[in-house]
Design a protein. Sequence first.
Length: 145
Amino acid sequence: MAETDASYSGKVTFELVSPERILLSETVEMVVIPGTEGDFGVLPGHAPLISSIRPGSIRVYAGTTVTESIFVASGFAEVTPERCTVLADSAINVSSLNRDDVAAELASANAALAAAGTAVDAYEGKQLSLAVLVATAKLEAIDTK
């Protein structure tokens, strides 16, 4: 095994990819992903899995310290014993989120959902509900950074 292999060094290679580009690619000690079934941590030697992602923060660790906190609205994570790749629809550093802007986004999403009432089709209703869910998750990310 080569010394540059992530699992040999006690680390895992983490890549965060958006449709436009690779946002982050580094070797880390641990990454915590907001999976749809709950948050899960990825360490070297993790069992292979594929998971969808719910709105929330990906946290990258060095020891017990969070070095990066990145908000993702949705996507997928693929985990192997040596690597974790997240394909995110969109991603933003939690430190870039502004509480007042996100609160306004949540108020607007709630108002749109309330105004739509039962006059929307299932797809539009789901999109409006998702906007509320994403804005709420952004506020939670701000509060826990």
